[in-house]
Design a protein around this ligand. Structure first.
Ligand SMILES: Cc1cc2nc3c(=O)[nH]c(=O)nc-3n(C[C@H](O)[C@H](O)[C@H](O)COP(=O)(O)OP(=O)(O)OC[C@H]3O[C@@H](n4cnc5c(N)ncnc54)[C@H](O)[C@@H]3O)c2cc1C
Length: 565
């Protein structure tokens, strides 16, 4: 292993006009001796971040770019070896930094920015691509593909609509190129540039980090960094079920599925929660024969059963085969097809398709992180156990985001990162409050939910009342000619407080935050379902469905006049 100290150098590159240019510049820089890593956050960014040995002359880097047909100038060193600089900046002279953050995803970025904004010296360490999961391989690329498939489907280009076959259908390379361009733009704008704007306070270190028993952080370039506090935000990756044959059969995960050269003609999706359903519906809309295999008796089993059943029916109507009660046992390849042998409600069955996507949850990025040596405890799934302050079992070491035993959502990761950094620097005084947590599954229609389901509320000891409003009663849905879905509200008898709202509707994600405010206001200020019912809602909007669902507690909605209060 190369033990020489390295630095990160940022170059301004001129002349890049496409992805191929970015590849050429990357190759040119990689060919320079002493360069260990090159990152170009999209050709549009006009920049390259190079990790190179400290003695690699910058002029050789610019010359290599020039030889490839582009122009380069050195912008500024982003990271210098910490041991050479920190004491002149650090508040505590006995540590290199005040805060060390491992990972540049949503959790790590929020932690680093919180530290920087409180005037502390922060180092953020990244082993892979800046920005982590959400922008590179998660929220952003998946939502742009979902929207592309939705537009394509709504335009009638769907094999089941009989208007056009998939074979002459979507321009997949163009869709992928647009997705990649958006990813590059947002990675540059929301991560790389943001870090650069904090260059005085935040040092970006491109290396793989490992905790030591003494609480310091060792890097794979040989350096060891110390700080008053550490925030681990190393995220998670797709989990692979340990099925017989899994090592012999190439199986897609969410990352590789979004990078396919062509959409498959047929696809088996193992899993029945958010990522499985979002991707399954997307590929079905692009023309694939999709089969979803879900282990539980229902899709999205943590959600309201009315919503899970309605969504399964909607998917079936689009031509997706939805099988529940399926336990996959073994995989094999046969005649160019992937075959799953599974137990279906106790009987053996086989399912075949050109491609197979496994979307059965996430596994934490904790291998070789030194958690055991550092005394950081994990749960049965390997996720770091944190308390409400985001502190791990080792005082001074905090964790945030998907690597922890908390919900795997980027806004939770970011909120947790801020809390973790503040507590690491100031002592435990801030708690992460997840009582009112809205959540959206980006199927079409979307599943949007906040607060307790009826079953959860009853398990928590509430005496509940519920209302269920089919979307066919919502004028907006009628006008849009898309009445698929329903709204279910869960309230407490007596206090009349809203405990939960569960929406299956086109753009349901835009509706749910109003319900989240109502749940929050109920808990905090005693806001009631009657208060919600009494508010003015604009006609015709999807969110008006919340008011109508609130009215349904008291009245037969079929007898309401238009906009009746
Ligand atoms: C397909 C998909 C769709 C999604 N859609 C949504 C959505 O619509 N909305 C939503 O809220 N959430 C969504 N998510 C979840 C969301 O992406 C994650 O919750 C979020 O990105 C987690 O952020 P994080 O900071 O915890 O980790 P990450 O973003 O994964 O960042 C961790 C970083 O740590 C780095 N790292 C790991 N180990 C080391 C090490 N030893 N040393 C140095 N660096 C290291 C990694 O390279 C990575 O860059 C989606 C996820 C997927 C996969």
């Amino acid at each position: 292993m190369n033990q020489q100290p390295t630095q990160s150098i940022e170059l301004d590159i001129r002349g890049m006009t496409c992805d191929a240019c970015a590849r050429h510049v990357t190759q040119a820089l990689q060919s320079v001796p002493g360069v260990s890593q090159v990152q170009i956050p999209g050709w549009q960014s006009g920049r390259a971040i190079v990790t190179a040995q400290i003695d690699a002359p910058e002029t050789i880097l610019t010359a290599a770019v020039q030889a490839a047909g582009y122009q380069a100038t050195v912008r500024a060193p982003l990271a210098t070896p910490a041991r050479q600089t920190p004491s002149q900046h650090s508040v505590h002279k006995d540590t290199d930094f005040d805060l060390l953050v491992i990972g540049t995803g949503g959790g790590g970025m929020a932690a680093a920015i919180k530290g920087a904004e409180s005037g502390q010296r922060v180092a953020i360490i990244e082993a892979g691509v800046i920005g982590g999961t959400c922008v590179n391989i998660g929220c952003v690329p998946s939502k742009t593909l979902i929207r592309a498939a939705e537009s394509y489907y709504r335009a009638g280009h769907h094999p089941f609509a009989g208007i056009e076959t998939a074979a002459c259908g979507v321009d997949w390379p163009a869709v992928i190129a647009q997705k990649d361009a958006l990813v590059a733009e947002l990675r540059a704008g929301k991560y790389v540039d943001v870090l650069a704007s904090y260059r005085e306070q935040i040092t970006l270190v491109q290396a793989r980090a490992r905790l030591q028993a003494d609480g310091a952080v060792a890097l794979d370039d040989g350096r060891v960094l110390t700080a008053r506090g550490v925030v681990i935000a190393t995220g998670a990756r797709p989990q692979r079920l340990p099925l017989e044959g899994i090592d012999r059969v190439p199986v897609l995960d969410s990352t590789s599925a979004m990078a396919l050269a062509q959409p498959p003609t047929s696809l088996i999706v193992i899993g029945g929660r958010a990522i499985a359903l979002e991707m399954g519906q997307t590929f079905a809309r692009l023309g694939a024969q999709v089969t979803i295999l879900q282990r539980s008796a229902r899709l999205i089993p943590e959600h309201e059963p009315e919503i899970a059943d309605a969504l399964a029916e909607i998917l079936r109507q689009e031509g997706v085969r939805v099988e529940t009660g399926v336990t996959p046992l073994a995989l094999r390849e046969e005649a160019g097809q992937k075959v799953v042998t599974a137990s279906v409600n106790g009987e053996l069955q086989e399912f075949r398709a050109e491609q197979m996507l496994m979307a059965t949850g996430r596994t934490p990025n904790t291998a070789a992180l030194g958690l055991a040596e550092a005394g950081v405890a994990t749960d049965d799934g390997g996720f770091i156990i944190v308390d409400e302050f985001m502190q791990t079992s080792r005082p001074g070491i905090y964790a945030a985001g998907d690597v922890t035993n908390r919900p795997k959502l980027v806004y939770v990761a970011a909120a947790a990162g801020g809390v973790a950094a503040e507590n690491a620097l100031e002592g435990n005084r801030k708690r992460l409050n997840l009582t009112v947590l809205p959540d959206v599954i980006f199927t079409d229609p979307q599943v949007a939910t906040v607060g307790l389901t009826e079953a959860q509320a009853m398990a928590d000891g509430y005496t509940v009342k519920t209302s269920v409003l089919p979307l066919s009663y919502v004028p907006r849905a009628l006008a849009a000619r898309d009445t698929r879905g329903l709204i279910k509200l869960v309230a407490e008898q007596g206090t009349d407080r809203l405990l939960g709202a569960h929406v299956l509707a086109a753009e349901g994600g835009e509706v749910i935050q109003t319900a989240a405010l109502a749940v929050h206001a109920g808990l905090r200020y005693g806001f009631t379902v009657a208060d919600l019912r009494g508010m003015l809602f604009p006609y015709l909007t999807q969110v008006e469905g919340l008011k109508l669902a609130a009215q349904t507690f008291e009245k037969d909605v079929a007898q309401l006049s238009c906009c009746a209060g």
